[in-house]
Design a binder for this molecule. Structure first.
Ligand SMILES: [Zn+2]
Ligand SMILES: [Zn+2]
Length: 170
């Protein structure tokens, strides 16, 4: 049997490699744009260029209430979120061309949030492949992808490369 990696594993590995560039201690997300089998761009979540990032200036935290399942019960829970960074998916869109994106695939380490999904849905891409689930926005994101006819799938038995997964605070 061949030990050669399949394409899904290959591109998700690259997304995880990109995520290691992130300086936000709360979340390390990487994303890559693939057209056919060609890599057209890589991105991670980070502050705009030339602006102090989370490692220098600390996270910029906001508190929000969200519905979370606690011991089998839906409850409102207060959560903190860092808003200093541009999300990996949005950076990926900022650094790639619309014409390159038409019909392409995005590999992203984490299931996209609502805002990123909304932007990706209007970006020309036709497929999103993610690894770690992000349940908060999952229902409305899946509905959106269905409405737009975008393939939205996760990698079930995928294992990220050793030392690309960092422990983050939540
Ligand atoms: Zn941060
Ligand atoms: Zn996002």
């Amino acid at each position: 049997m061949s030990t050669r990696k399949d394409w899904d594993t290959y591109f998700m590995d690259i997304a995880y490699m990109a995520s290691t560039r992130s300086q936000c201690p709360r979340r390390h997300v990487g994303a890559v744009l693939v057209q056919g089998k060609k890599l057209l761009g890589t991105a991670y979540n980070g502050a705009p260029m030339g602006v102090p990032d989370c490692s220098e200036a600390g996270c910029m935290l906001v508190e929000e209430y969200e519905m979370t399942n606690v011991d089998g019960e839906e409850r409102m829970v207060k959560k903190q979120r860092c808003i200093r960074t541009i999300h990996a998916e949005q950076n990926l869109l900022l650094f790639t061309d619309r014409t390159d994106r038409e019909g392409s695939t995005v590999y992203v380490t984490d299931q996209p949030c609502w805002t990123c999904s909304n932007m990706l849905a209007n970006s020309g891409i036709k497929e999103i492949v993610y690894h770690r689930p992000y349940p908060k926005d999952a229902d409305k994101v899946m509905e959106l992808m269905q409405a737009r006819g975008i393939v939205f799938r996760t990698l079930e038995r995928y294992e990220p490369p050793a030392d690309t997964v960092m422990n983050v605070t939540d």
